[in-house]
Design a protein around this ligand. Structure first.
Ligand SMILES: Cc1cc2nc3c(=O)[nH]c(=O)nc-3n(C[C@H](O)[C@H](O)[C@H](O)COP(=O)(O)O)c2cc1C
Length: 210
């Protein structure tokens, strides 16, 4: 089967993308409007695009009834936000924060989530999240009338001490983070348990293995 995206409805194009490009990490974003009201929501159109300087991207759609989602509104208003990563323990609270509450309502209160101050940006990080990136907006790029790509630089990273193997060398115990990923369809997620290891080959190794 071949699909020509120019012939597909927006809904079907979305279905093909989210049911095949998996697993997707989840950016659990805490942002703040100019009046200081906090907002929190998850986004799985998310990834890292560069390590130095750490450059992160997020894709944000529109509200069902039209208009920008609160996270985008706040990011454009203040230029700052925190991306928290989601582990298995936090999955249900993360899901509560995806509820489309009215603008100005704090999902943090609704989900009973505590915050801790960030070092370099105004919005706080989620205290319970094992990893958080403090972000400064670089640019927003409109992908369409209803989708915006947010490009940001991470200014600081917080990792809970118990997940560090060697803080000096920046060695992280990644499997212990027990992060979750977004999968296909309505509400499917994956854990990050079933790992396998594969070393990169030199040309000589590839030739001798042929
Ligand atoms: C796991 C998960 C991933 C999501 N990923 C996205 C995404 O990448 N882009 C998006 O626009 N909405 C995404 N959503 C939906 C938003 O979280 C939802 O619309 C939320 O209400 C937006 O909140 P806000 O208006 O406070 O920003 C996702 C929801 C869940 C549960």
């Amino acid at each position: 089967m071949h699909y020509d995206f120019s012939q597909l409805s927006a809904r079907n194009a979305y279905k093909l993308v989210v049911s095949t490009i998996v697993p997707r990490p989840i950016a659990w974003i805490v942002s703040q409007n100019a009046r200081g009201q906090l907002n929190c929501a998850p986004f799985s159109f998310f990834n890292a695009m560069a390590g130095d300087p750490p450059t992160l991207v997020i894709g944000i759609g529109s509200r069902d009834e039209g208009g920008p989602k609160d996270s985008l509104r706040n990011i454009q208003e203040t230029g700052q936000f925190v991306i928290n990563l989601v582990n298995e323990e936090l999955a249900r609270s993360m899901n509560v924060t995806a509820t489309p509450f009215a603008y100005g309502v704090s999902e943090l209160e609704k989900a009973g989530l505590a915050t801790a101050p960030a070092l370099k940006v105004k919005p706080p990080r989620l205290a319970a999240s094992p990893v958080a990136f403090e972000c400064q907006l670089i640019q927003t790029v409109p992908a369409s009338a209803t989708n915006t790509i947010v490009i940001a630089r991470a200014l600081a990273c917080h990792i809970e001490d118990r997940y560090l193997l060697d803080a000096e060398k920046c060695y992280v115990n990644t499997p212990e983070l027990k992060l979750i990923g977004r999968m296909h369809g309505a509400g499917w997620y994956t854990t990050t348990h079933q790992l396998f290891q594969m070393d990169r080959l030199t040309v000589a190794e590839w030739e001798s293995a042929r």
